[in-house]
Design a protein around this ligand. Structure first.
Ligand code: ATP
Length: 237
C-alpha cells in the first residue's frame, strides 16, 4: 500500500480549473519529484494535498485512509507537512521560536524536545543560530529553518515547494544536501521544482506536470535521459 495515493484529482480556484485528473502514488521512504514549467499546476497540487485548496473531484488517501477535502490543520495532525514556496517564516522571531510554533499540533507537541534535537542534528548551523531572528539569516539558512519547521510537525510525508527558488547556486547545493540528509532519516518527501535537473538528480521517481495533467512519469534516472525532458526542461539536446 502506498503512503500517499492520489486518484483522478482535480482542483482549481473558483471557476479557474488548474488540475485535471491527477493520478500519483508515493511510497514510504521515497523522494518523489513533481516537475514542470511555471504555471503547470505544481504548487496547486501541493496545496491540494496539504488541504489549502479543496479538490473538486478525485481522492487522496494517506496510509489507506481517505483524507480527501480535509482541512490543512487536520491533515497536519494526520501527518502531512508543507514547506511552502518563499519559506514564510516569522522573520522577527528567533529560529528556535519558529520551530516551537510549528509543534502546535496534538501530534507534534509531546515530541517537541526530540524534534528540536533532531533538527539541530540535521542542521548544526541552526543550533548555533537558534537565538537569532529568522529574518536575519541567509536565504539558504532560512530554507533550512523552513525544512526543519516542517519536520517539527513530525510528518509522515514532507511536501516541499520550490526549495531552490531565489537561492544562489552554492546555496542550492547546500539545501539539496539538507534534503538528502532528511531523506536518509527515512522521511518520505514530495518535491515540487522548476529546477528540473536538481530535482531529478535526487528523486527516486518523478512526475512531469503539463497544463494540470501528468504528462510523463518514471524513475529520476529514466526522466533524466528522456529526450523530451532533456529538450524542454533541461535545455539539452
Ligand atoms: P509556479 O512554480 O510558478 O508556482 P506552478 O506549476 O506551481 O507554477 P501553480 O502556481 O499551481 O503553478 O499555478 C497554476 C495555475 O493556477 C496558474 O495559471 C496560476 O495563474 C493559477 N493560480 C495559482 N494560484 C492562484 C490563485 N490563488 N487564484 C487563482 N489562480 C491561481
Amino acid at each position: 500500500m502506498p503512503l500517499l495515493e492520489v486518484s483522478n484529482l482535480s482542483a482549481g480556484y473558483g471557476d479557474a480549473e488548474v488540475l485535471f485528473g491527477i493520478d500519483l502514488t508515493v511510497d514510504r521512504g521515497e523522494v518523489v519529484a513533481i516537475v514542470g514549467s511555471n504555471g503547470a499546476g505544481k504548487t496547486t497540487l501541493l496545496r491540494t494535498l496539504s488541504g489549502i485548496v479543496t479538490p473538486t473531484a478525485g481522492t487522496v488517501r494517506l496510509m489507506d485512509e481517505d483524507v480527501t477535502g480535509l482541512h490543512a490543520h487536520t491533515l497536519v495532525e494526520k501527518g502531512i507537512a508543507m514547506v511552502p514556496e518563499g519559506r514564510r517564516l516569522f522573520p522577527r522571531l528567533s529560529v528556535r521560536r519558529n520551530l516551537e510554533i510549528a509543534a502546535y499540533s496534538k501530534r507534534a507537541r509531546p515530541k517537541l524536545a526530540e524534534s528540536l534535537r533532531a533538527a539541530y542534528e540535521l542542521f548544526p548551523i541552526l543550533q548555533e543560530r537558534s537565538d537569532q531572528l529568522a529574518g536575519t539569516l541567509s536565504g539558504g539558512q532560512q530554507q533550512m529553518v523552513a525544512l526543519a519547521r516542517g519536520l517539527t510537525t513530525t510528518p509522515e510525508v514532507l511536501l516541499v515547494d520550490e526549495v531552490s527558488l531565489g537561492l544562489a547556486p552554492v546555496m542550492v547545493s547546500r539545501v539539496y544536501d539538507a534534503i538528502r540528509a532528511i531523506r536518509d532519516t527515512g522521511m518520505t518527501i514530495v518535491l515540487v521544482e522548476q529546477n528540473v535537473g536538481q530535482a531529478l538528480s535526487i528523486a527516486d521517481r518523478a512526475y512531469v506536470v503539463q497544463q494540470g495533467r501528468i504528462a510523463l512519469s518514471g524513475s529520476g534516472k529514466e526522466l533524466q535521459s528522456n529526450e523530451e525532458v532533456r529538450r524542454v526542461y533541461l535545455g539539452l539536446e
